[in-house]
Design a protein around this ligand. Structure first.
Ligand code: DP6
Length: 355
């Protein structure tokens, strides 16, 4: 039996500069290409407390003060990760998970990456599983692909891998958060609503119907190699072109899906034009945009140009706010005073929205 103890962790989101969009194995979540991301800092974080206890009569999960239906569709699939961890630890106790994001959930700001990586980090610690970073990323990957890149700080590559069992498809840090400290992500929040099509089903439809998608894995793999080199020599011009091309390549396959999928809106396209204008008038790349499965823009720039990029973005109609993030350092365990769980009642500490 486990000692009854709350474990609380904070973990962060990541922004892919080379995108993952498509699985070669849906059960194990094995990608069709390697991807590279920047782990974001605690301006885009999830705080998660977990406790395993025989006093709990079932598993439950509270997100931002609201109890979630863990028997429902995709959440059910993602929550299987807890069973996997329980089996690894030989534990049968139920779990209470209380999680809070400090940024819009499911609006394309990869809240699931922060949430899933932090949950697995907290739960594996609570279960006393001494996972290496590689094994941790493999477990997280099976919950949600892009989340596996949030297990480390700085620039992280999720290797496609070749093996059928997925044991070589893991995330690893390629450069730490101090390697290129000038790099900053200015996020233009365009919509805080929930997205229409989840990434999970969107990428499935793209793989099934897009003719353009045929060429994507090879292209992305080449871009991933070139990006790792560009980051290594801190070459912002190269980073910008690669990130922009890869984002547009992914969104082109979405549009080529039938029926078409379009996550971008007019504001997103105006931001794209603004970035190209900024770069053209400077005669070099000062900024790059990249979009996940949503209309919010991640505009990557460097310290010297943050102010002008912010100014230009805030002039655009439809941009509701800007969030800034540097490279983050990956998940960590917090002290007891940061816990979100009241052990006496086995409920979330805050009463708002609880049942
Ligand atoms: C567009 O990781 O959400 O953000 O593995 O099915 O859970 P599942 O998908 P998910 O897909 C994210 C795709 C993306 C690109 C990226 O982050 O690489």
């Amino acid at each position: 039996m486990l000692e009854e103890r709350v474990f609380t962790a904070v973990g962060t989101s990541n922004i892919a500069l080379i995108k993952y969009w498509g699985k070669r194995n849906e059960q194990l979540i094995l990608p069709t290409n390697s991807s590279i991301s920047l782990t974001l800092d605690e301006n885009l974080s999830s705080r998660t407390s977990v406790i395993f206890s025989e006093r709990l009569d079932r598993d439950s999960f509270y997100l931002n003060g609201k109890v979630q239906d863990i028997n429902d569709g995709e959440l059910k699939e993602k929550f299987q990760i807890i069973n996997r961890l329980r089996t690894m630890a030989g534990v049968r106790d139920n779990i209470l998970v209380v999680s809070e994001n400090n940024f819009p959930t499911a609006a394309g700001l990869a809240s699931s990456a922060a949430g899933m990586s932090t949950l697995v980090f907290a739960a594996s610690n609570a279960l006393g599983l001494n996972l290496t970073q590689r094994d941790l990323s493999i477990v997280v990957r099976m919950g949600s692909g892009s989340a596996c890149r949030s297990i480390a700080g700085g620039f992280v590559r999720w290797n496609r891998g070749e093996l059928d069992d997925g044991s070589d498809s893991y995330a690893e840090q390629i450069f730490n958060e101090s390697h290129w400290p000038e790099v900053t992500d200015v996020i233009a929040v365009v919509s805080e609503g929930k997205k229409r099509i989840s990434s999970r089903s969107g990428m499935r439809q793209t793989m099934q119907t897009s003719a353009l998608y045929q060429s994507r894995p090879q292209f992305a793999e080449r871009m991933a190699r070139e990006l790792a080199e560009a980051i290594g020599r801190r070459d912002f011009n190269a980073l910008a072109e690669i990130a922009i091309r890869d984002s547009n390549n992914m969104h082109a396959t979405m549009l080529d899906t039938y029926p078409p999928i379009s996550y971008l809106n007019d504001t997103s396209r105006e931001i794209m034009n603004a970035v190209h204008e900024i770069n053209e008038s400077a005669g070099e790349a000062l900024a790059a945009y990249t979009f996940d499965a949503g209309p919010n823009a991640h505009v990557i720039t460097t310290d010297r140009h943050i102010a002008s990029v912010r100014e230009r973005l805030s002039e655009i109609d439809g941009v509701s706010r800007l969030i800034e993030s540097k490279a983050g350092r990956g998940p960590r365990i917090l002290g007891e005073s940061e816990s979100l769980i009241d052990v006496g009642s086995m409920l979330p500490k805050r009463s708002s929205g609880d049942e």
